[in-house]
Design a protein. Structure first.
Lengths: 149, 329
């Protein structure tokens, strides 16, 4: 294994988990693997430019979406058989009812664990705009679900 | 459990369903090893043939099939391959699309030692502009000059390192403000993916833009683009060139700026494919595209119609970003 391979291994280990979580909100599970593979293949091909980026995860999120050739459609609808303990029953539907930007900001920050800046890079907007979407989206969720926290 | 934690749990659940492949299976990390192995096999076989042929004429003939079944055609590097995409432009033009044969990178062009007579005599001409642009891709900026003569006719001429191209008469001014502001600059990009540049000019406060084909070292043709019906009086237009095999596939974007109640709004309108990508502005030059907000929408707009996606890095903290146009396979 070359040093380039090892360096890329480290890069993948760092980026892939967050990339999977970010894409899992928008793509079916079987498509996420392909999209991640496409994004990592792109990263390998352009590793001289991608690896030094301050937020390669956000960039690859966009690459993955572009290469998946899917129409922008917001969050993936929650399936009826997807039951998760300890979540409000109406939360998936309330998330889906948000504006696409709000839903995406919430998903990237809270479900994928991105910072505002990272989510902004991923969405092509500024970190402060992400914060606005996040604040308004969470307020709408709380209002819709009738919860305080 | 807070809402944030619940959403995190949703992320856990979704991510848990995903099966991700090892990157080497898809990234080409193993490709290099397979190619090296294939090359080694071919070298050994060729070596055997050479040795046998040198050892006398009685050596048995060996038929060599150098095609390695493990090396698929689609594993060849794709970044250098022009992309085949739908070729209909939907953009009104005054001419049919030509087959461009642009200059090869670093091409030495046959140029005129002197520009067209009187072209640079600024004393007798009322408008004159020049813009650095590496037309022949030799790494050195060339100049494109836009010239408005006393009689109101306009011309373009390029000064390369070896001399001047012939002037291209572009007729009566259809591009108000073309040579008057930095926003009316020519810009270049590889429209047909052949490694050479085509360039085009747009006009500030213009409803039309012109694409000028840079064929070899000549300014050979022009197209007129009208502003889209949904954007009368567009303030600024650029073309985004997309590699499309031997055909041009061009979309034209206009940015409209308006001010209402003290709020400045910018809107990108795209003629082909139809639709709009709200927010942001686009500037194009020297094969590069710079976008502000709206990048993602524009990218997705292209994706939905099958046009290759531009290779766009994420917005820099300054909200301005630059990326080389790179059509994806």
């Amino acid at each position: 294994m070359t040093s380039a391979d090892e360096e890329f291994d480290v890069f993948v280990a760092h980026v892939q988990p967050q990339l999977v979580r970010a894409l899992a909100g928008r793509l079916p599970a079987d498509a996420v693997g392909d999209a991640v593979a496409e994004a990592l293949a792109y990263a390998w091909e352009h590793r001289g430019r991608v690896l030094p980026m301050t937020n390669p995860g956000g960039y690859l999120y966009r690459v993955a979406q572009s290469r998946s050739r899917r129409r922008k459609q917001g969050l993936l609808p929650w399936r009826s058989d997807e039951t998760i303990p300890d979540i409000e029953p109406g939360l998936p539907a309330a998330l889906a009812a948000l504006s696409p930007k709000q839903a995406e900001a919430i998903w990237l920050v809270h479900a994928a664990g991105m910072t505002h800046v990272e989510a902004g890079d991923a969405m092509g907007i500024s970190g402060s705009t992400v914060a606005n979407h996040l604040e308004r989206g969470m307020a709408r969720l709380r209002n819709e679900l009738g919860v305080d926290s | 459990v807070s809402l944030e934690d619940q959403i995190r749990a949703m992320g856990d659940a979704r991510a848990g369903e995903v099966s991700t492949p090892m990157w080497r299976d898809v990234s080409g990390g193993g490709r290099g090893h397979r190619l090296l192995a294939a090359a080694a096999i071919v070298l050994v076989i060729v070596g055997v043939i050479v040795v046998m042929s040198n050892s006398g004429g009685d050596a048995p003939r060996v038929d060599v099939d150098t095609a390695d079944p493990d090396v698929d055609a689609d594993q060849t590097p794709t970044s250098l391959t022009p992309t085949t995409v739908p070729t209909t432009t939907g953009v009104p033009t005054t001419n049919s699309a030509p087959t461009t044969t642009s200059a090869s990178p670093g091409r030495t062009c046959a140029t005129n030692p002197e520009p067209s007579a009187g072209f640079l005599d600024t004393a007798t001409h009322i408008a004159f502009d020049r813009t650095p642009l590496d037309l022949d891709l030799d790494g050195i900026d060339d100049e494109v000059l836009i010239h408005e003569a006393d009689d109101g006719t306009w011309s373009l001429i390029a000064r390369l390192q070896g001399g001047w191209t012939n002037a291209l008469d572009i007729g009566q001014p259809s591009l108000p403000g073309l040579a008057l502001t930095p926003d009316g600059v020519p810009a270049g990009t590889d429209l047909d993916g052949d490694g050479g540049l085509e360039f085009f000019v747009t006009g500030y406060l213009a409803d039309t833009a012109q694409l000028v084909s840079f064929n070899g070292c000549e300014l050979v043709d022009k197209f007129l683009f009208d502003s889209p019906p949904e954007s009368p009086g567009a303030t600024f237009g650029v073309q985004l060139g997309i590699a499309a095999g031997s055909d041009l596939c061009t979309i034209l974007c206009f940015t409209r700026v308006s001010c209402s109640d003290g709020v400045l709004t910018q809107e990108i309108l795209v003629t082909d494919p139809p639709g709009s990508a709200p927010g942001g502005d686009v500037a194009l030059g020297r094969g590069e595209i710079r976008l502000h907000e709206g990048t993602l929408e524009l990218t997705e707009l292209l994706a939905e119609t099958g046009i290759p996606i531009l290779d766009l890095p994420p917005n820099a903290p300054s909200a301005e970003t630059t990326g080389v146009i790179d059509c994806l396979p």
